[in-house]
Write a protein that binds this ligand. Structure first.
Ligand code: NI
Length: 247
């Protein structure tokens, strides 16, 4: 069930039997020569939407702009400041809690979001702890590739050149979701360099085509389907357990 394709009465009825909701969360940032700018938001969205077809899980709209300051050297990238993102997440959380949601599960698609999501969770709990009150809800964040069993599938499909940014796995998942957007681009070098970065100019200088450690030319919709289905099944198990915790 998708929240944005439901009526308010349907969401009210859902809350009679579950207090849990999944929020896909990602980023709008460059993903190399053949990856979509929406990759990090599309991956958790595609996986969560697949999960909604075969389970009773409720999926929120995707929080699709995140922490991407280091990608601003590439056209099309949009970022939030960490402080802006924490404030926005707080408002999403407070709105859902007001309606009775007690388990909010962020399915994240961007490693650069992790510290900020954790800070938002700490902010949210802090307001209750400092007031001397017991928080009536629980928040969880999981990267889709960290769902149990998923990395094993990715490594089996892409034993070489999966990389750490514009990965073959994430590009494949978006190609499964949007096969009309498949791009055939020759990568030079075939596998991008690995390394660290600081700000946007430093990133652009160090990784000129945007990739880190990857050869995403290996991505196909079929490979993406295998990864998506593994992640879907693992998400259903993981989120269902979280929603039922302390029932
Ligand atoms: Ni990514």
């Amino acid at each position: 069930m998708l929240l944005h394709q439901s009526s308010w009465q349907e969401v009210e009825a859902y809350l009679d039997h579950s207090k849990g909701i999944i929020i896909p969360i990602g980023s709008t940032e460059q993903h190399g020569p053949n990856g979509l700018l929406g990759t990090d938001a599309l991956c958790p969205e595609i996986i969560a939407h697949e999960a909604s077809k075969t389970s009773d899980l409720l999926i929120a709209p995707t929080f699709n702009v995140g922490i991407a300051q280091h990608h601003l050297g590439f056209t099309g990238t949009i970022t939030l400041r960490p402080s802006t993102m924490i404030a926005a997440l707080q408002d999403w959380i407070d709105s859902l809690v007001r309606h009775g949601f007690e388990r909010i599960y962020f399915l994240n698609g961007h490693g650069g979001n992790v510290p900020t999501i954790q800070a938002a969770i700490a902010e949210s709990y802090s307001s209750w702890s400092l007031a001397g009150e017991s928080c009536p809800y629980r928040l969880q964040s999981r990267n889709w590739w960290d769902l149990p069993g998923v990395m094993k599938v990715c490594s089996a499909i892409f034993p070489v050149g999966d990389g750490s940014h514009a990965t073959a796995s994430e590009v494949a998942v978006t190609y499964f979701g949007y096969p009309e957007s498949v791009k055939h681009v020759e990568m030079t070098p075939k596998i991008a360099p690995e390394g660290d970065f600081a700000d946007a100019d430093d990133y652009r200088k160090t990784f000129p085509d945007g990739r880190i450690g990857s050869d995403p030319a290996q991505a196909t919709p079929e490979k993406g389907e295998t990864i998506t289905m593994a992640a879907r099944d693992s998400l259903i198990t993981d989120a269902t357990a979280f929603f039922r915790a302390n029932d």
